[in-house]
Design a protein around this ligand. Structure first.
Ligand SMILES: NC(=O)c1ccc[n+]([C@@H]2O[C@H](COP(=O)([O-])OP(=O)(O)OC[C@H]3O[C@@H](n4cnc5c(N)ncnc54)[C@H](O)[C@@H]3O)[C@@H](O)[C@H]2O)c1
Length: 274
């Protein structure tokens, strides 16, 4: 798919993977609509990019509200005339024992991680099919391919995004609209600080129990640079690859899960001895 002179819409664009992809697509000559719920951070990042001459439009948006996603689409069309690439990327993580996860936390995580992707597809895919061209990247996770304990709401939504993406790929095959599913392992972003965007009724209070400085030090030591993830996304969009598997270890873990399934073995924690 040609990127130059085209328009992309990215949700969760104020930070992490979304921000890195925004910068990469601008370098590729695209216009980018940056959507995010964190209005102040979004405005700061977008104005820094605009000052250097980039074609960006910032739209504050909570992806768990379909009307707000429709507003992003309308503003994108009004400003740039068409949308060629959509990245449904906004996401949050909340770890807690599954047996104690509150309904309000389920509502939040499902609303952002799953419904946000579904609403993005509903708002933009019909336009792309009509224009006979486009590409949708849905951000799932390695957590959408294999599970760990204490993270049920995250896994449930990310498995769901993988399923939605596979179904969408099949449905749109032959329409000119491609679909990719991004499944990263650890990336150096603010995902462990997701609580900053949690609605008050969840009871999740930022900052987390571990000091931010320790999280940041850990992430910058072991996690992938989001710019490398952005590069892999651009490659996959150009080549129309469905799977964007950023870390080799993910294929091994998913294969192990499939082997366990094939042999009808019960689930085992990746932290337990084999
Ligand atoms: N960082 C990782 O290790 C990792 C691994 C696998 C998958 N992911 C996924 O990558 C995606 C991007 O996350 P990230 O790692 O860059 O984290 P991040 O926290 O740095 O960025 C996430 C962005 O989403 C925004 N956001 C949160 N709730 C929103 C809402 N309701 N509406 C609109 N925007 C909202 C945040 O404000 C933030 O700008 C997420 O879907 C996440 O689940 C991350």
């Amino acid at each position: 798919m040609q990127l130059t002179e085209r328009t992309a819409v990215i949700t969760g664009a104020a930070s992490g993977i979304g921000l890195a992809l925004t910068k990469r697509l601008l370098e590729e000559g695209m216009s980018v609509v940056m959507a995010d719920v964190e209005g102040a951070t979004l405005a700061r990042e977008a104005s820094a990019l605009s000052e250097s001459g980039a074609k960006v439009l910032a739209v504050e948006c909570d992806v768990s509200d379909s009307d707000q996603i429709a507003n992003v689409r309308d503003q994108a069309l009004a400003k740039f005339g068409a949308v060629h690439l959509l990245m449904n990327n906004a996401g949050v993580a909340s770890g807690s024992p599954n047996i104690r996860t509150k309904p309000q936390v389920w509502d939040w995580v499902v609303g952002v991680n799953l419904l946000g992707v579904a609403y993005g597809v509903s708002a933009f895919a019909p336009l792309m099919v009509e224009q006979g061209e486009g590409h949708i990247v849905n951000t799932a996770s390695e957590a959408g391919l294999c599970a760990t304990p204490m993270l049920g709401s995250y896994h449930a939504t990310k498995y769901a995004v993988v399923g939605l993406s596979e179904s969408l790929f099949m449905e749109l095959d032959g329409t000119g609209v491609g679909v990719s599913c991004l499944c990263p392992e650890l990336v150096d972003t603010k995902i462990f600080e997701s609580g900053r965007n949690a609605p008050p009724e969840t009871g999740i209070k930022p900052p987390p129990q571990i000091p931010i400085s320790q999280i940041e030090q850990f992430m910058s030591t072991v996690a992938m640079d989001p710019r490398d993830v952005a590069g892999q996304i651009v490659y996959a969009v150009r080549a129309n690859h469905f799977w964007i598997i950023t870390h080799q270890v993910t294929r091994a873990r998913a294969s192990q899960r499939n082997a366990d399934f094939h042999e009808m073995r019960n689930p085992r924690s990746p932290f337990a001895p084999r």
